[in-house]
Ligand binder design. Structure first.
Ligand code: NAD
Ligand code: UD1
Length: 342
């Protein structure tokens, strides 16, 4: 079976993808500098699967370290998760975001070329559709104007991959545009572990549920949507992980560049998400309605037909499943991976 290098694989999406790959029989190597993660996540992946992961503490901007990883392992494909992802922080520290995110991509491409590794999946984002495209988003739409440096790093990295693949037709690239990943592995052993005050909705909700935050502020209830709150395409992280599994199967057989949306194809409002969380878990989420958050779009969601047609992938898990699994993870790990012996 093939060996897959997960750059940034100790993080939220990488750890769940590692579980899916290991369960399918792939060998997994992880390179992560733990800028936003913990080696404990990788140990938990090993516990869930009963399989071993080869873990390197490595900055993916360090070509010599990457070259060593490629030398010591026979890598068939890379999945590139390594990056900084906090939108607000990217506005405050744009240079840090451009430096980290673009350099990881360039270093991976350089060292892959030297090592003769020709296949890479990239964690892109629905944010690259910008503000102007109509919904639902389709892969054939042009990338739009991004609203923050984080989004621009994703758009720029997509362009870099497209140019690199044009120059080297033997390079195979799959750009995966994630919509809004939520939830956790049903074991509750791995999940999303935000540092400080969560920016994203689901971890904020789970922290209110457990009493770490007093009250959720719903950002705007005067949008032109079904209930006035914003609509998003929330995808269970295990469905997303299985999307990577299908994309790995695809890239091992095909060359060229392909773009896939990974989403459910259905928008869910903030109000619906919070009410589902309450109903499924039997907890109350204290909430107030506040003003709109700068940069938020009223509603966006995926057209996910291409992934179904070409990868045979679609989401299987419900919003209720994601709410249950997110709460299970939070309850079992009130402080995330912190405070755990590593
Ligand atoms: P995460 O922060 O949990 O995982 C990213 C991992 O990359 C972390 O483990 C971090 O330590 C590592 N990392 C960062 N810079 C590195 C470097 N220079 N060298 C080595 N490791 C480095 O985030 P995630 O939610 O798992 O996201 C994974 C990828 O998917 C990111 O590229 C993110 O931008 C993208 N994405 C995430 C979302 C989301 O909502 N979570 C949505 C769209 C796209
Ligand atoms: C955000 C990023 C996006 C990134 C994505 C990762 C912005 C503008 N966009 O998307 O680039 O790819 O995270 O998942 O930051 N909400 C509340 N109260 C809260 C938190 C959120 O009402 O405390 C609402 C937001 O207004 C939004 C929805 O919940 O309507 C989802 O928010 P969030 O989880 O931050 O994701 P996005 O804004 O869709």
């Amino acid at each position: 079976m093939a060996t897959i290098l997960l750059a940034g694989g100790a993080g939220y999406i990488g750890s769940h993808t590692a579980v899916a790959l290991l369960n399918a029989g792939y060998d997994v190597v992880i390179a992560d500098n733990f800028a936003n993660s913990s080696p404990e996540a990788v140990r938990r992946v090993e516990r869930i699967t009963g399989k071993q992961v080869r873990l390197y503490e490595a900055d993916c901007r360090d070509n010599a370290r990457l070259a060593q990883i490629f030398r010591e392992n026979s890598i068939d494909a890379v999945i590139h998760f390594a990056g900084l992802k906090a939108v607000g922080e990217s506005v405050a520290y744009p240079v840090r975001y451009y430096r980290n995110n673009i350099d990881t991509t360039l270093s991976l491409l350089e060292t892959m070329a030297d090592a003769g590794v020709k296949r890479i999946l990239f964690s892109s984002s629905a944010t690259v559709y910008g503000e102007e495209n109509p919904i639902p988003y389709l892969e054939t739409m042009p990338r739009g104007v991004c609203t923050n440096p984080y989004g621009w790093t994703k758009a720029m990295m997509e362009q870099i991959f497209e140019d690199a693949a044009k120059a080297d037709p033997s390079l195979s690239v799959v750009l995966l545009r994630y919509f809004n990943p939520i939830g956790a592995h049903p074991s509750g052993l791995i999940g999303e572990d935000p540092q400080g005050i969560p920016n994203n909705l689901m971890p904020y909700v789970t922290q209110v549920a457990i009493g770490k935050r007093e009250c959720l502020t719903v950002f705007g209830n005067d949008y032109d949507t079904k209930d006035g709150t914003c609509g998003r395409d929330y995808i269970h992280v295990m469905d997303l992980a299985e999307g990577h599994l299908k994309a790995i199967g695809y890239i091992l057989q095909h060359s060229g560049v392909e773009v896939f949306n990974l989403g459910t194809g259905t928008p869910v409002s903030v109000k619906e998400l919070v009410e589902t969380f309450e109903a499924v878990n039997g907890v109350q989420i204290r909430r107030i309605y506040g003003g709109r958050r700068a940069g938020d779009l009223p509603e966006y969601y995926a057209n996910a037909d291409k992934a179904l047609a070409m990868l045979g992938w679609k989401t299987e898990r419900s919003l209720a499943d994601a709410c249950r699994d997110a709460w299970n993870w939070q309850k079992q790990n009130p402080n995330g991976y912190r405070g755990v012996e590593t």
